[in-house]
Design a protein around this ligand. Structure first.
Ligand code: MG
Length: 411
């Protein structure tokens, strides 16, 4: 029980759903130099409409430094218990936040880097690489909605030629790693509930993969995504047929939390099986690693709880000999934040870029100290920013053009 004398001076974290207060997060300021004794004063967000909604988070401090981060969608960003907290105590502040965390955590790394005058990767232990490799999410054919109407044969839309052409364009743009969706339909009418593909559907998918390999060769890392759609037997039949094409990964063949099902697919094929974008914390990654359910891990630096969790997951994966290909559908703010974390772990392979079709994506930020927009990703990689914090600044003129109706710019 809480001692009445100390109740007012301590901050206890109540676990979600209640329970007995136990963690005491009171800190003593006696060893904090005055110049580092700063406080969070405000939290605000603006939601931008890209190919997804990007919630840009701004955390203000009484030191005149503002940090930026990002959440998927709009998500509430309450000042709440953050007010008055020292933003430099990132782990402790992260511990007292249940939701939402990742965007604010990124902003705290940005604040700390700006205050200390160092890039975020420096705060994360330094870098293994100067450039962070990026893989491009790539699409052949027309919009999925049209193809899923019952009047059009999807095979007329998702053609081998459309896949090959899209791959060629992305490779010519400088990427040496890319991914396609492979869970496109084959028949106008198909029973999707049973999660099974017939032989014609499998042959269609093989024809798409074959066409891409014929176009771009085998020197490009090539992945395909199945979006959790299939049974073990279907995923296995398909994966075996894809083995000659030396894929870098086959992603999410079966539903995300069926760890034994992942293991069974893995054991039945030499195609590397990747999963992880739906897993939300290091504990879930430990479970699937213990189940030997993946060859390649795809943590999303923000879905998995933030840069701190991403690094924990990377360590777990490293201990199990599993490389990281990070999922990412964010604006440049979160993408650059993810790049700092990706540079700081040894077992990183590539970071996703999911906005090839958003022409203003790169224009949203400039590198600190330059007025140059549009140089976040060049030749398929991110040259790690060396400015303080994330090393980028948001162009508010660009942001203002893409605000979701009713949203206001953050400061
Ligand atoms: Mg995916």
């Amino acid at each position: 029980m809480v001692d009445e004398e100390t109740e007012e001076t301590r901050e206890y974290v109540i676990p979600p759903g209640g329970g007995v207060p136990w963690m005491d997060h009171t800190t003593k300021e006696s060893h904090r130099p005055a110049e580092r004794d700063i406080q969070i004063t405000d939290v605000s967000t603006m939601v931008l409409q890209g190919n997804f909604q990007w919630g840009i988070v701004a955390v203000e401090t009484d030191a005149g430094i503002t940090g930026y981060g990002e959440v998927h969608g709009s998500g509430p960003q309450e000042l709440g218990r953050l007010e008055g907290q020292n933003p430099l105590d990132i782990n402790r502040v992260r511990d007292i936040m249940w939701e939402p965390g990742p965007g604010i955590e990124t902003a705290l790394w940005d604040i700390k880097g700006k205050l200390l005058g160092v890039p975020v990767y420096e705060l994360l232990g330094g870098k293994y690489r100067d450039e962070v490799r990026v893989y491009c999410d790539t699409h052949g054919g027309e919009s999925l909605g049209e193809a899923q109407s019952e009047t059009v044969d999807p095979r007329e839309i998702y053609t081998p030629e459309s896949y090959a052409n899209a791959a060629r364009e992305v490779v010519d743009a400088g990427f040496d790693a890319l991914k396609f969706d492979l869970d496109v339909r084959t028949h106008a009418e198909v029973d999707t509930a049973n999660r099974r593909l017939d032989n014609a559907a499998i042959e269609h998918k093989v024809s798409l993969v074959e066409a891409v390999r014929e176009e771009i060769g085998y020197d490009v890392d090539l992945g395909f995504d199945l979006h959790w759609n299939f049974t073990v037997e279907t995923a296995t039949r398909l994966a075996e047929k894809l083995e000659p094409y030396d894929l870098a990964w086959l992603e999410d063949p079966v539903p995300p939390h069926k760890y034994d099902a992942h293991r069974r697919v893995r054991e039945a094929t030499s195609c590397p099986i990747m999963t992880g974008e739906n897993l939300r914390n290091p504990g879930e990654f430990k479970e699937i690693l213990d189940a030997e359910g993946m060859d390649v891990a795809a943590p999303d630096p923000h879905n998995c709880g933030g840069l701190r969790n991403f690094r924990k997951i990377a360590t777990l994966c490293d201990l199990n000999g599993v490389p990281i290909v990070a999922h990412n559908i964010c604006s440049p703010v979160s993408t650059v934040a993810a790049a700092h974390a990706a540079a700081s772990v040894p077992n990183f392979v590539a970071l996703e870029y999911h906005a090839y079709d958003v022409p203003w994506w790169e224009d949203l930020v400039t590198r600190t100290g330059t007025d140059r927009p549009g140089d976040v990703i060049e030749n398929g990689s991110i040259d790690l920013p060396e400015g303080p914090g994330l090393g980028i600044e948001i162009d508010m003129d660009v942001a203002s053009e893409h605000l979701v109706p009713g949203e206001e710019l953050v400061e």
